[in-house]
Design a protein around this ligand. Structure first.
Ligand SMILES: C[S@@+](CC[C@H](N)C(=O)[O-])C[C@H]1O[C@@H](n2cnc3c(N)ncnc32)[C@H](O)[C@@H]1O
Length: 283
């Protein structure tokens, strides 16, 4: 199905497997170009302390243990907790891991540092984000490469796990992305995945995941915990945007960040948008 969400983001979602006419392909190519321009612009405006670009996770279970973080990581507790929820679903100790859509690299660096991987590679199609990551996240066996999620620049069976967090809704073809993941994963390897979007997009995503040849080990709706994190971080993010973003762009950035009183925040809170998490395994 075709779903265009005009109020939250002006974006075409949920194309599934349907054959695409020339007009739709052109619109998708333009959308991809616009997405790249958006993230390149964000990289130009952002200061070095912006290393995560996700909505965060705050458990709604009052009995859950608090994730222990080094003092230097406390400022990013909620986006880190989202990475932890997604990436710690399987034991990544000693594994070669790829993150697709690694953004400003905070997540890849966290996963590498805390989950004891052998290596972590971040790939993103935004060249400025990759350059930032190379400058700001210098760790042994942590590298960043420019590349497209729909045409990953790696040989077959190269990684034990792929992490993909809040990036998939940007892709022109989710099917192509899933096929690329299946190609670069070793047998028994995992895709640790989370994404957000309008319910029709998520419904189509569920069908695509069910048909992609990877087996579903876990599926979870984490929307309440993400909304809770958005509530907690709203004021801090609003202040950051006020300080760093030119006046004319602030409203778009507030919506992008899902700050309280924006259409994105309202859509997540009302169930119009859903945030899902998956653990998939290559047989
Ligand atoms: C919302 S950000 C999330 C970044 C990171 N995962 C995080 O949580 O901080 C989405 C990221 O996906 C990247 N992206 C979008 N389309 C892509 C594509 N086709 N190939 C690779 N990266 C892409 C964007 O450049 C951006 O860095």
């Amino acid at each position: 199905m075709l779903y265009k969400d005009k109020r939250t983001y002006p974006r075409i979602y949920g194309l599934g497997n349907r054959p695409l006419g020339l007009g739709l392909r052109a619109r998708l190519a333009l959308q991809k170009f616009n997405t790249k321009v958006w993230y390149q612009s964000l990289s130009l405006l952002a200061q070095d302390d912006l290393t995560f670009l996700n909505y965060g996770y705050a458990t709604t279970d009052s009995g859950a243990a608090t994730l222990r973080l080094e003092a230097v990581d406390e400022a990013n507790r909620y986006p880190i907790q989202l990475y932890h929820r997604v990436a710690s679903a399987v034991d990544l100790r000693g594994k070669d891991v790829l993150e697709v859509g690694s953004g400003r690299g905070g997540g890849a660096a966290f996963v590498k540092r805390y989950l004891h991987l052998r290596s972590m590679t971040g790939v993103d199609f935004c060249g400025k984000a990759v350059a930032f990551c190379r400058r700001c996240h210098a760790h042994d066996k942590l590298s960043f490469i420019r590349g497209d999620a729909e045409n990953l620049p790696f040989p077959a069976e190269f990684f034990d796990a792929v992490v993909n967090l809040e990036s998939c809704h940007c892709y022109t073809s989710v099917d192509r992305f899933l096929a690329q993941v299946a190609r670069v994963l070793r047998r028994g390897g995992h895709l640790l995945f989370a994404d957000v979007g309008p319910k029709p997009y998520i419904d189509t995503l569920r069908e695509q995941i069910a048909q992609c040849g990877l087996s579903i080990e876990e599926e979870e709706d984490i929307t309440p915990a993400v909304v809770r994190a958005l509530e907690i971080t709203s004021e801090q993010n609003r202040k950051g945007i006020q300080e760093q973003v030119p006046l004319g762009l602030r409203s778009s950035f507030r919506n992008f960040a899902g700050i309280r009183d924006t259409p994105v925040f309202a859509a997540c809170g009302s169930g119009e948008w859903v945030y899902v998490r998956y653990v998939l395994k290559k047989p």
